[in-house]
Design a protein. Structure first.
Length: 124
């Protein structure tokens, strides 16, 4: 594991570890009713930051698979993919649907065969 260089990096590392190693949420995630629940994703944390709902967890598999699956599932659910980008160690898929907008950010920060998942959603 990389050593954090700054206090912000330490906070981000702690946040990522909690999401990657946490137990599945016991309740319904704070996501729109028709939000695509991608099979290999385990959601472990959620919080509210102002008008934004944040849900975190991990995907079991590799980054490209996760990215492609989210794009496919958003399209299948009738959501509009506003932007998508896949890089070597991270990915973003911005979406709009059900009067909400947000982003699924994927990073290979968990280690092993897990990808960190950070989902935001807010009123459109």
């Amino acid at each position: 594991m990389r050593q954090p260089a700054t206090p912000n990096a330490t906070a981000a590392s702690t946040q990522t570890s909690a999401a990657c190693d946490g137990s599945p949420l016991s309740g319904t995630p704070n996501l729109p009713a028709g939000f695509p629940m991608v099979e290999e994703t385990t959601l472990t944390k959620q919080s509210t930051q102002g008008p934004t709902e944040v849900v975190e967890g991990y995907w079991t598999g590799d980054l490209k698979e996760a990215h492609d699956e989210y794009v496919k599932e958003f399209n299948a659910a009738g959501y509009k993919v506003l932007f998508e980008e896949l890089e070597d160690h991270d990915s973003e898929v911005s979406w709009q649907g059900e009067g909400r907008t947000g982003q699924v950010a994927l990073r290979d920060d968990c280690g092993g065969d897990k990808i960190y998942v950070h989902i935001t959603n807010r009123p459109a």
